[in-house]
Design a protein around this ligand. Structure first.
Ligand SMILES: C[S@@+](CC[C@H](N)C(=O)[O-])C[C@H]1O[C@@H](n2cnc3c(N)ncnc32)[C@H](O)[C@@H]1O
Length: 439
């Protein structure tokens, strides 16, 4: 787990403990989706704190929610309370420091019923190299998830993925080409005191080296950029919208991919953004306005598929960015590992097959259907595409190397499909994409 570098003032510690308590209580009573809402609300409430404290508050809570299983184990208690978990989290970090925990923390922990020497012993038992059967405890994941991933990716890759997903994601933004090129955004950010460098994979990506509240920057408010992982940006590049073309974003949500497509299309052609959730589409419209996009139309659709009168002609591109288990973006959703259940991937794969089949008829002859997810399971990725191709002989795979070039495609998978694994702390989230052409 990442580190608590300092012992903060007691009011802040109190707020952290109270929030963790409420998150856990909500999770028990109303499930982890509701608990995630509590966490986001608390974080929004912390906006008034000085920036170092706000970051400590967010980091502490994210790391503790991710680390619940490990912290419970370290405590040695059957049912540790929020303050004991918090102290275990501090001890966990300090025990990795050559000087060990400060005397004040030791005293606080002992007074709360934790035996610091025993915490240290338990911690040593889950130090690397970690046997596969201890990975769930050591890195704080449910055992079913460790088993599922290691059956598919092997124990070493699984450990790397699970460790990386316990880290903070890099702060990556995408330039809005309607405002200017990436270099111009970089210069604007520098004027606001933000150091950035081009991303390694996506053509429009800048990675910010200055940790900052991006939403407060003038460059953000003026629509020059959006927060977006490089993997997600690459999906818009793979859609490769033709100039002046008609693009359907079938599962548009709050518009991450729509906005990236809009940036590539430069307000020429048309984007039809669909979703079953009207609140997400409202957010999409707001973001499209800020970006200066005038060719986006958002429309709410029924879960069964598009209404028959949706299009008068076939679309050049249909993107299905399907609902999925999100195993490629666990680091962004600290509670997700506790919320998911072993039956989710199977159920989601059935939904993904149905959505893909429902939107395929919108593709014009010669047009393309792009299937994408932010998960790393074959069942929700390649298996869905293969099932689709078996039932739709009028579609053929387009190797991604034909779109991005061999050198770039080789960094994203086998050159045929994009298979990004979230292995590296500074690397992209986990994403999958396949491009299919209607013959
Ligand atoms: C992975 S998210 C989309 C993320 C979005 N494309 C982005 O880049 O920000 C999947 C979306 O699919 C939507 N969805 C679920 N079932 C759907 C269906 N049957 N038809 C259309 N959208 C659906 C969900 O509401 C959710 O917003």
């Amino acid at each position: 787990m990442e580190g608590a570098a300092l012992l903060p003032r007691s009011q802040l510690q109190h707020a952290i403990v109270c929030t963790l308590d409420e998150v856990q209580r909500t999770a028990r009573q109303r499930g982890w989706l509701a608990a995630a809402e509590v966490l986001s609300r608390a974080q929004r409430g912390a906006r008034t704190l000085p920036s170092a404290e706000r970051r400590f508050f967010a980091d502490a809570l994210h790391q503790m929610v991710r680390g619940l299983r490990r912290l419970r184990y370290l405590s040695g208690l059957a049912d540790p309370g929020a303050s004991q978990l918090y102290l275990c989290w501090l001890l966990d970090t300090w025990l990795g420091d050559p000087q060990g925990p400060p005397a004040a923390l030791r005293a606080q922990a002992e007074a709360a019923g934790l035996r610091v020497a025993e915490v240290a012993q338990r911690r040593a038992a889950v130090e690397p190299p970690i046997p596969i059967d201890r990975l769930g405890t050591a890195l704080s994941y449910p055992d079913w998830l460790v088993r599922l991933l290691s059956a598919e990716h092997g124990p070493e890759v699984t450990e790397a993925i699970l460790a990386a997903q316990n880290r903070r994601a890099p702060l990556t933004v995408r330039v809005n080409l309607l405002r200017g090129p990436r270099e111009a955004l970089q210069a604007r950010l520098a004027e606001e005191g933000v150091v950035s460098r081009p991303g390694a994979l996506a053509a429009g990506a800048l990675v910010l080296d200055t940790r900052i509240n991006v939403y407060g920057l003038a460059a953000f408010r003026q629509g020059w950029m959006e927060l977006q992982d490089e993997g997600s940006q690459l999906i818009a590049e793979l859609v490769a919208p033709p100039p002046g073309g008609l693009v359907v974003d079938a599962c548009a949500g709050a518009g991450g991919k729509t906005l990236a497509l809009g940036s590539l299309m430069g307000n020429r052609g048309r984007i039809l953004s669909l979703d079953i959730d009207p609140r997400k589409l409202q957010e999409l419209r707001r973001r499209a306005r800020r970006a200066g996009l005038t060719n986006v139309q958002a429309r709410c659709v029924p879960p069964a598929g598009p209404p028959v009168d949706l299009l008068r002609r076939g679309a050049d591109r249909v993107l299905v960015d399907a609902p999925c288990s999100g195993l490629g973006v666990l680091r962004r959703n600290p509670e997700a590992r506790w919320r998911l259940s072993p039956s989710d991937p199977v159920e989601l794969a059935a939904r993904q097959r149905a959505i893909l089949a429902a939107y395929a008829p919108l593709v014009a002859p010669g047009g393309r259907l792009i299937y994408a997810t932010c998960t790393i399971l074959r069942e929700e990725n390649d298996a869905v595409v293969e099932d689709f191709l078996r039932h739709h002989p009028e579609f053929r795979m387009v190797p991604i190397k034909e779109i991005l070039g061999g050198e770039r495609a080789a960094r994203l998978g086998d050159g045929e499909r994009m298979r990004l694994l979230p292995l590296e702390e500074d690397g992209p989230d986990g994403f999958f994409a396949a491009v299919l052409r209607r013959t």
